[in-house]
Structures are given as structure tokens and as C-alpha cells.
Ligand binder design. Structure first.
Ligand SMILES: Cc1ncc(COP(=O)(O)O)c(C=O)c1O
Length: 370
């Protein structure tokens, strides 16, 4: 049996009529840029996340970039982020002219290690970007203590964790800015690119809203430089349809994760992902740590068995060529990050995965072991 790592059609085809109706609605209005579709999506997000402001954007990458721009971070500044993340987190810091400074992560949660972040602080440090990786919250109590101690701005990169929580509070809603992605592989996957920025801060919301549209206010007057970071009306309409099913998508991912955790508990060549109490993990990825240097062999084996799997992430940020010029601690070894990049392997976890498909994944994993 073939089990793909992700199957977006399995999610979109059953709601094709609803998606077509949303498309037709936008086609009828002829309003493709901003307007009520974007506003309605933003207000659904403010309600869901319990925040004051939600700003629909062109991608999760642009959300991080815009947050940094709105906080006036640039040349001469340093911003701390985990090395074990998707490139966008670090790339956006560098694009502002600031310097990304990479810290280590906890091997059990894959998330940022604030003890390691302590070693990255200098008088130039302006902000930190914790990343809620794979669907699970960062320890935001530790983040708050850290940010207060060094008077840093915080942007939560929540691209993979829309709806995950930290002790009852929504990921992305616990700092200056929270950024989200609606890339098709995300838990709320659009039919194309899309993103979101949320904040409780009126002033930051005002700046980010203006910068989303070239910093223009009023029309053709520019007190600040922004860009075209707008979410399409069409994408907003489609995302609203998908959001109406979101609770089911999350529940199914959680059920799939629970099934794997039960069925794979006896495999001692694999460390299963952990779920912190009170964190409401939403399982954007189910990531194994393959022991005894067998990760690449297992990846090949699963591929041959028709089971999709992927390495998130094989090359950490402090090892990337484009950051090779950075001086100081950026290129030193980060023990847990380096170890994880050699051990991790993500297996299919998407909501529509059937029990038969999950059993095929489990059988393949067990047959590699024996
Ligand atoms: C952790 C993280 N940050 C940022 C992004 C960027 O989001 P997007 O692909 O929507 O630009 C992604 C997703 O790709 C991500 O996984």
C-alpha cells in the first residue's frame, strides 16, 4: 500500500463544492484585493486566537519579515532564533539587514533552548524568534522570563502551530507578534500561499497594516516603507471554508498521533516525539528520532515500501552556506541541533490518513527493526 507523506486532495476533494461556491462568490463580486473576504477571515482568526488584531498576509515568510520591519529591526541589530527550524525564520532576519544568531534546541521537544539562547545575547540583541515547531508550543514561561531579562521583542513563529496552546493560551498570541503560514502542508492549508500576523498591540498593528500595503496611508502618501504583503481575497475565501472544518482536522491529527504512539511504543531503535502536558499539540509533523545511525537507511527502506517520509531538517541554520560569513558563535557546533539533524525523520500524520494506511506505516517501521 502506498502512503504519501501528505495528500492535500484527500482533504480538499470532499469539500470541493464548498470551495467552488467560495470561488464563485469572489468571482461574482469582482473584488480580488482586500475587501470583506479578507476582513471576515481576519475576524475569524482574532476570535479563534483570542487576539485584538489579525492581519492577513501573502505568506508565513512575509509575516515574519513584516513583524521585523514593523519593529524597525535592521542593520546593526541581532536577532536570536533556533538553528533547528525552517529557513524562513532566519532568512527574514538577514533580509532586514540584521544578523541572525543561532541557538540550540531541546532534543526531546525540538524547540528552542533558552539556556543556549543566553549565550547568544549581546548589546546588539533586539529580539528573539521562538518557533513553535512541528505543532507544539515553546515553553513560553521561559520565553517571557528571557525576554524581560534582556528587554527583547518577541515574534512567535507559529507557522506550524495554529491552534496549539501553552497552558490555555494560543500559540502566537503571547508576545509582540505571532506569525502563521497557510502553505498547503500546514494544518490550515490554503490552495496556494497565505499568511497571518497577530498582535495585541494597537500601535504595532497599525504599522504592520500600513506596511502590508506599501506603508501607504492615505492613498499615495507614504510615511514608511512597506511592500505588497497582502492576502488575496480569493485565498481568504477558500481559507474560511477550510477553517470551518479545522476542529476536525486537528482532532484527526491528534488521534493519528495517539495511535502511532501506542503502536510504536515498543520500538527501541526509535525515540517517539513527546507531548508536553497542557500544550495541546496539533501535530503538524510526527517526527521520529532514529537511533544507531540508521536514519538514512530507514528513510530509504520506507521509500521502497511505498511510505512517504521526509527529513525536517537535514541542515541546520548555523551550517547553511549563506550564513557562513557570520562571525562569532553562529557557526560553532550546537550539540542537540547537530544530533537531531542526523536523527529526525517525519512520517505521514495528515488528518485523512486511514487506519489501514497507518498500519502500513507501522508494519514497515517494525519490519525494518527486525
Ligand atoms: C517554521 C516556519 N516558519 C516559516 C515558514 C514560512 O511560511 P510560508 O511557506 O508560508 O512562507 C514555514 C513554512 O513553510 C515554517 O515551517
Amino acid at each position: 500500500m502506498n502512503v504519501p507523506l501528505l495528500d492535500v486532495n484527500a482533504q480538499n476533494h470532499p469539500i470541493a463544492d464548498e470551495l467552488r461556491a467560495a470561488f464563485n462568490g469572489v468571482l461574482e463580486t469582482g473584488r480580488f484585493i482586500m475587501g470583506s473576504e479578507v476582513e471576515q477571515f481576519e475576524s475569524a482568526m482574532t476570535e479563534f486566537l483570542g487576539v485584538k488584531h489579525a492581519i492577513g498576509l501573502s505568506s508565513g515568510t512575509d509575516a515574519i519579515l513584516l513583524a521585523l520591519m514593523a519593529m524597525d529591526i535592521g542593520v546593526g541589530d541581532e536577532v536570536i532564533c533556533p538553528s533547528f527550524t525552517f529557513f524562513a525564520t532566519a532568512g527574514c532576519i538577514a533580509r532586514t539587514g540584521a544578523t541572525p544568531v543561532f541557538c540550540d534546541c531541546h532534543p526531546d521537544t525540538f524547540n528552542i533552548d533558552f539556556a543556549s539562547a543566553e549565550e547568544c545575547v549581546s548589546e546588539k540583541t533586539k529580539a528573539i524568534i521562538p518557533v513553535h515547531l512541528f505543532g507544539q508550543s515553546v515553553d513560553m514561561d521561559a520565553c517571557e522570563v528571557f525576554a524581560k531579562k534582556y528587554e527583547l521583542k518577541v515574534i512567535e513563529d507559529t507557522a506550524q502551530s495554529l491552534g496549539a496552546q501553552f497552558n490555555g493560551r494560543a500559540c502566537g498570541a503571547m508576545s509582540d507578534f505571532g506569525s502563521y503560514s497557510f502553505f498547503p502542508s500546514k494544518n490550515l492549508g490554503g490552495l496556494g500561499d497565505g499568511g497571518l500576523l497577530v498582535t495585541q498591540n494597537d500601535e504595532l498593528a497599525d504599522i504592520a497594516t500600513k506596511m502590508r500595503n506599501h506603508g501607504m496611508h492615505p492613498r499615495y502618501y507614504h510615511q514608511m516603507i512597506g511592500g505588497n504583503f497582502r492576502l488575496d481575497a480569493l485565498q481568504a475565501a477558500l481559507l474560511r471554508v477550510k477553517f470551518s472544518h479545522y476542529a476536525d482536522y486537528i482532532r484527526q491529527r491528534q488521534e493519528n498521533a495517539a495511535y502511532y504512539r501506542k503502536q510504536l511504543a515498543s520500538l527501541d531503535s526509535i525515540i517517539l516525539p513527546t507531548e508536553q502536558e497542557g500544550y495541546a499539540h496539533i501535530w503538524n509533523q510526527f517526527t521520529l528520532r532514529v537511533q544507531n545511525g540508521q536514519r538514512d537507511a530507514l528513510k530509504n527502506y520506507l521509500g521502497n515500501q511505498g511510505v512517504g517520509c521526509e527529513i525536517y531538517y537535514p541542515i541546520p541554520m548555523h551550517q547553511q552556506q549563506c550564513f557562513a560569513h557570520l562571525e562569532g558563535n553562529q557557526r560553532t557546533s550546537l550539540a542537540s541541533t547537530d544530533q537531531l539533524s542526523k536523527e529526525v525523520l517525519s512520517i505521514p500524520i495528515y488528518p485523512e490518513l486511514s487506519h489501514e494506511q497507518q498500519d502500513a506505516v507501522i508494519t514497515a517501521l517494525k519490519s525494518f527493526q527486525s
